[in-house]
Design a protein around this ligand. Structure first.
Ligand code: DGY
Length: 322
């Protein structure tokens, strides 16, 4: 009997594919950074039992209608807004992701971004490299404090809680807004549930970690930024589509808020002429939230196990529609 066909849409660590290769015919799109062209993905999907996907692959109605043999989609990410989950569910296809293994790493990056933005670390590093450092001066590259300030976390899930935990080390007041109360975060981290309006009005750091859904898409508009403190710093380590970027640019230019640290953008990758990159109070990163070697290996292994589980007829470790 022939082995089930699994298509992997990007080069992933070879070691993560060992078990999968024993039970499946595995084809890997041989590129590290370039996504598989749509036409090829559609062709591969037609015969695939498993698709091992990246957040850059659109797994939409057109693809799912052509994927007659598909049983599992394993996304190499905790987010899965690139997949039409409802449609996959209708067709009985398991949609899997990689939660837990990336929470601490993504929280580390989120906090690093917050610190880099508030203490102007990127600007300062550039300053010294450009030979501009002439002398010590009282207010040279002075940023704003982190300790004892108020952090407002939108999305108190696993990553939000891990960010809150880091904030306790800085003795910050922790506010959060979420679909539901997170009693553990309230009890163990002293986090306080507030309305979205209270969160944006009271926080010194507004940190977006909510998943992108119909409810959160385009949530951060000019009106929202205008309600924030003028000294507020906005951090987004979730999905770019939650922010109306023109509105953020306007708010930053008009000094309605003090700065922004962004790991994600509406259209990725952004190009060097993107208006956000021209603002000195913006720290921009190329979507590297979970990008540590240890974590990417763990994510790759989990994505692979998710496919192995489904092919074996077992329940996958991380399924979003089961
Ligand atoms: C995720 O897992 O959704 C991240 O955005 C990828 O780092």
């Amino acid at each position: 009997m022939s082995k089930p066909f699994v298509f992997v849409t990007r080069q992933v660590p070879e070691v993560s594919l060992t078990a999968l290769k024993e039970m499946a015919e595995v084809e890997v799109w041989p590129e590290k950074e370039t996504p598989v062209p749509r036409e090829i993905l559609l062709k591969k999907a037609e015969k695939a039992v498993g698709l091992y996907t990246m957040l850059t692959d659109s797994i939409d109605e057109e693809l799912l209608n052509r994927a007659a043999n598909l049983k599992v989609i394993a996304n190499l990410a905790v987010g899965f807004d690139n997949i039409d989950v409802d449609m996959a569910s209708e067709k009985g296809i398991a949609v899997c992701n990689t939660p837990e293994v990336l929470s601490d790493t993504t929280a580390d990056l989120t906090f690093a971004l917050l610190m880099a933005t508030s203490r102007r670390i990127v600007e300062a590093a550039q300053y010294i490299k450009e030979g501009k450092w002439n002398n010590w001066a009282p207010l040279l590259l002075a940023g704003t404090d982190i300790h004892h300030k108020t952090i407002g976390i939108l999305g108190m899930g696993r990553i939000g809680s891990a960010v809150a935990k880091r904030a306790t080390g800085f003795e910050m007041e922790i506010l959060y807004h979420n679909r539901s109360h997170n009693e553990k975060a309230e009890k163990e981290l002293g986090a306080t549930f507030v309305s979205f309006d209270e969160l944006i009005e009271r926080s010194d750091y507004v940190v977006c970690l909510a998943p992108m859904t119909d409810d959160t898409k385009d949530l951060f508009t000019y009106d929202v930024f205008e309600k924030m403190k003028r000294s507020a710093i906005f951090i987004n380590a979730s999905r770019g589509g939650i922010v109306v970027e023109e509105d953020l640019i306007k708010a930053l230019k008009e000094e309605k808020i003090a700065g922004a640290g962004l790991d994600v953008f509406r259209q990725e990758p952004i190009t060097t002429d993107h208006p956000l990159l021209s603002l000195s109070n913006v720290v921009a990163l190329p979507h590297i939230g979970s990008a540590s070697i240890e974590t990417r290996l763990a994510m790759a292994a989990l994505a692979s196990r998710n496919i192995v589980n489904v092919i074996k007829g077992d329940r996958p470790e991380a399924i979003v529609n089961g």
